[in-house]
Ligand binder design. Sequence first.
Ligand code: SAM
Ligand code: FES
Length: 387
Amino acid sequence: MNIPLIPGIQAWQAYRESDMDVTERERTEAVLEKNMIEEIIKTRDITPGQLEELLKTEDTGLLEELREAACETAKQIYGTGIYLRGLIEFTNYCKNDCYYCGIRKSNRNAVRYRLTKEEILACCKAGHELGFGTFVLQGGEDPYFTDERICDIVSEIRICYPDCAITLSLGEKTKESYQRYFNAGADRYLLRHETADTAHYAKLHPPELSLEHRMKCLRELKEIGYQTGCGFMVGSPYQTVGTIYRDIQFIRELKPHMVGIGPFIPHGDTPFADREQGSLERTLRLLSLIRLIDPYVLLPATTALGTIHPQGRERGILAGANVVMPNLSPVSVREKYMLYNNKICTGEEAAECRDCLRRRIEGIGYRIETGRGDKKFSNSKDTKNMF
Ligand code: SAM
Ligand code: FES
């Protein structure tokens, strides 16, 4: 039997189904064992050397193999459905001073705003009418939004939209606060870990913020029962292959439900104003790698990815991403939630955002999955697949 010794899943499958004799098998196996993508798929892991090669290679054959394997893996699990998460950026006040972030407290040029409870509910209503089944409430760490206020908003959304998922992304809180939001009806929480390397974390944040505390928060969120998302920026200042390797290992250990990665994009009013932005290519390679390491994970094609390239989000989906987060915030505040320069989708109403994304998604042969996105996979024991 003549099996082409091309590396990749097809070759591996063909080999396993073949009736080759033992010597031929051994020879083929030796070649296939050397294949990096196969090894990642088999071990759900990557070595530091392989990661370095994957991030630096210009071998278009290998890169296409990586992309195709990730895209196929996502399709086998989620089909061509892309989940929608409606983002409501409800405050840009923040007590933190992360060096990369456009709404950090030291940015005196940021025009600050807060949405009222009524405005937030109006965003949910508009989103619900457009078919959104998940609302993501994101904001800076704004002391005005006490636990009482957050719980009041969350429970009101829960009463109005009992079938919808409520995701919070409010930064670092105490376990008690997380528990109170959960009891009020929140079921998901996004908290990017930003980097899993302590020294790198200290170069991106002021001394009062620590990686140790960020990770503690993530573990507590999981303990409480939140469907939890971590993540990091690709190409953040001082990031190295070594720090990315730690990110990958942290993701393997935490086993989050979602991993949000997008390119770092400088903001003119931050200490990192003159830094280079993260690359599209590297972000796509990492999306594919994360899909192969954790096939079921929810992987957004982020707004930042769409900001650095006109087809960034489509390319993200074709690299293995399966979530998009259209903006439901009122257009009047969109420009003010400026985490980085040139952020896209600041002028469109929610319906326009959704329609634009629908066209983009359908244009590459996928379709929007409406509702909460809860999906039970009968062949899995893990409740993490309940999306
Ligand atoms: N306060 C919450 C928190 O700390 O998780 C949520 C808001 S925060 C602005 C959301 C995410 O935006 C951060 O986790 C960070 O990864 C991302 N972000 C901030 N500045 C960015 C930049 N310049 N480029 C790309 N992403 C950025
Ligand atoms: Fe607080 Fe960015 S510094 S949200």
